[in-house]
Design a protein around this ligand. Structure first.
Ligand code: HEM
Length: 461
């Protein structure tokens, strides 16, 4: 049986107005708040709270996110599914075709600069591209793409980037017999400051301290008043670095991207600094995937050996492990959009100004639809011979760890370059054994995996 748009009909809308898409009952709305949105908000949307992430792992809360969303999909059909939240129109986007439509239809009629995000990110980047609209979005996206060299798997400044990451891994692992999150995080942030702000910023820990303060507030979205003094201090410090940044840094590229000074370039940088933390989470978990899968590790090492003298190797097998890590444990588990006008769907309409929620965790792990749901499947991202990345390998299944469409992550290539360099630098010299409180079986991976409680025993090779 087919829906009017040709998709399979998997459920019957139970509660429906005349022309509205299905509406969840009050009880189901409460369940969504408790089991889907609650766990994500509690863990910290902008800055993770390690203690809560630890609890999420202990109770495997992401399994509840998937089960609850799958139940709603069975109960109400393809959606979108409107919730009954007082004072805010919200709908879950449950269908693959609709997910592609929403992400592809950005920024109009589905703007990424949605109400909750503007309130949260306004703490430290009110003029960041992600919370911009109209002509501002266009120019800010352009400078981001220029600095991040979007669309190029090997960044134009890869030599400096790779050298900075390798140097920090070398410093980190000399004489080390294990690799903990805290140690990795300190070294990673040093590498990030070098790459983003330039060599002179390597030891400027304060820039991250200011960011952390603002991110902690941003977690509270509308509820926290703006901390203007900290934001001003952050901007001052970023301005000094942008002035001093030498060639090879993103800050230098950013400076050159806007010669007439018409774009608020400084406000683009906080996104890069803050998004680099999830990049390490993804890398740390990807290292665990390679640690528990000897065949994948062997394939990765074979590619590493083939390109040993390359300045900036592509390393598709390692990159695929990173992408799998981001699929299995997405660091943007909810992708948000607001409708800029009333929109029509197969099951009815959604009014203008409604928030749309794409639950990436559900899309990536729904075992009734995602054939690789809980297993480590690097082939999702690889050409059949494993020799290159191929994002069409997952067909039309919405695997969207970096989102997709016009507001998809412009930093994806850079993230893959930095994280694959990081992982390869560890694997080149060490055998790694993962230590965690949850069982890690590549054929059946846990729904929640705390990066903060993941460590590795290291032995020389
Ligand atoms: C594992 C690491 C990362 C992941 C999984 C990730 C994922 C994402 C996702 C899902 C979005 C879309 C968010 C939305 O639509 O609400 C996004 C946007 C963005 N990301 Fe990343 N990101 C990562 C790291 C980075 C890094 C390191 C940078 C920069 C150096 C970066 C730069 C950006 C920017 C500028 C946007 C806004 C794009 C726009 O609005 O047009 N990201 N990212």
């Amino acid at each position: 049986m087919s829906s009017p748009t040709g998709g399979p009909v998997t459920g019957r809308p139970l509660v429906r107005g005349t022309d509205s898409v299905p509406r969840a009952t009050v009880t189901d709305t409460v369940r969504v708040l408790a089991r889907v949105l609650g766990p994500n908000v509690a863990q910290g949307v902008i800055a993770r709270r390690p203690a809560v992430v630890r609890l999420a792992q202990r109770w495997q809360l992401d399994a509840g996110v998937v089960a609850e969303t799958a139940r709603l999909r069975r109960r109400y059909g393809r959606g979108p599914l409107r919730l009954r939240v007082p004072g805010r129109e919200l709908a879950l986007v449950l269908d693959a075709e609709d997910v592609h439509r929403v992400l592809g239809g950005t920024p109009d009629p589905f703007t990424p600069a949605n109400a909750e995000k503007r309130a949260a990110l306004g703490q430290f980047q009110p003029h960041g591209v992600l919370v911009s609209r109209g002509a501002d979005r266009t120019s800010r996206r352009r400078v981001n793409e220029h600095a991040l060299d979007t669309g190029h798997p090997v960044h134009g400044d890869a030599e400096a980037i790779v050298a900075a990451v390798r140097a920090e891994v070398d410093g980190l692992l000399t004489d080390a017999d294990d690799l903990t999150w805290d140690a990795a995080h300190r070294a990673w942030r040093r590498a990030v400051r070098r790459v983003v702000l330039g060599e002179q910023a390597r030891d400027d820990v304060h820039v991250h301290t200011l960011m952390d303060r603002l991110r902690a507030r941003a977690n509270w979205s509308f509820l926290a008043p703006r901390d203007r003094r900290t934001r001003a201090a952050l901007r001052d410090r970023l301005a000094v670095h942008v002035d001093r940044a030498g060639p090879g840094s993103l800050a230098a590229r950013l400076r050159d991207a806007d010669p007439d000074g018409g774009t608020d370039v400084l406000d683009q940088i906080p996104q890069w600094l803050f998004a680099a933390d999830p990049a390490l989470m993804v890398a740390h978990r990807a290292l665990a995937l390679l640690a528990i899968d000897p065949d994948a590790r062997e394939r990765a090492r074979r590619q590493m050996a083939e390109v040993a003298d390359h300045t900036a190797p592509l390393l598709p097998q390692v990159r695929a492990a990173v992408l799998e890590s981001a699929r299995l444990w997405p660091t943007t588990p909810l992708i948000l959009r607001d409708t800029t006008e009333a929109t029509t769907w197969a099951t009815g309409s959604v009014p203008a100004g409604a928030g749309l929620l794409v639950v990436a965790t559900f899309l990536h792990r729904d075992e009734s639809r995602e054939p690789t749901a809980h297993r480590f499947a690097p082939e999702n991202w690889l050409s059949p011979d494993g020799g290159s990345l191929d994002e069409t390998a997952h067909d039309h299944r919405p695997l969207v760890p970096f989102s997709e469409g016009p507001a998809s992550c412009p930093g994806q290539d850079l993230v893959l370059l930095m994280t694959s360099t990081w992982i390869a630098a560890v694997l080149a010299r060490h055998e790694v054994v993962a230590r965690t409180a949850v069982a890690l079986d590549p054929a059946s991976l846990p729904a929640s995996l705390s990066p903060f409680d993941l460590a590795f025993d290291l032995t020389g090779r």
